[in-house]
Structure formats: structure tokens, C-alpha cells
Design a protein around this ligand. Structure first.
Ligand code: FES
Length: 97
């Protein structure tokens, strides 16, 4: 899987050390500093949230923090834009409905 090396918002990402994050309670290895969305896509996870009214799946769309399709709950905080939020060791990410 190709990883993001130069993000338009976060800048050059480099290799980053491998850390552990938790996606809906499931352990996942990711690169520190890469966008959460990139780690999810690399793991084959495409659905980040569901729309309120029709419960339709949403995931990465713009990738630069503008559309909010990628929002998830991160460490208990809802509506975090995962495409512009860097991975930190131990963070807990949850699908948002
Ligand atoms: S994908 Fe558009 S804000 Fe994250």
C-alpha cells in the first residue's frame, strides 16, 4: 500500500516510527505523524462515519480538511477531521454515526 509522503496540509511526513492506535477497539499499526485517514486506508478501512439522516457511509473525500466527510471520534472528541489529524501512539479512533 502506498503511504502519504507529502501532505498538502501536514507537509512532508517522512517514515515515522510505527505506533499502535485503536480503531473501534481494534489494534492497528500506523506511522506516527501520518494522517489518521491514511492509516485507515492502508488497513483497508473505507467507511469513517455514517450520515445522520440516511445512514449512508462516508470516508475520505477531499483529503485537505474542507468537506468533513472523514470526521470521527478521536480520544473521545467527536467531529475530528481524520485527513488532517496526525497519528499519535495509543490514540483511540471510533466510527461516528
Ligand atoms: S476528507 Fe474532506 S475534511 Fe477530511
Amino acid at each position: 500500500m502506498v503511504r502519504v509522503e507529502d501532505h498538502p496540509i501536514l507537509g512532508k511526513l517522512g517514515e515515522g516510527k510505527i505506533v499502535t492506535i485503536f480503531i473501534n477497539g481494534r489494534e492497528l499499526k500506523a506511522r506516527e505523524g501520518e494522517p489518521i485517514a491514511a492509516a485507515l486506508l492502508a488497513a483497508g478501512i473505507r467507511v469513517f462515519r455514517h450520515t445522520r439522516r440516511r445512514h449512508e457511509p462516508r470516508g475520505l473525500f477531499c483529503g485537505i480538511g474542507q468537506c468533513r466527510d472523514c470526521v470521527m471520534k478521536v480520544d473521545g472528541v467527536p467531529n475530528v477531521r481524520t485527513c488532517v489529524t496526525p497519528v499519535r501512539d495509543g490514540m483511540r479512533v471510533e466510527t461516528q454515526d
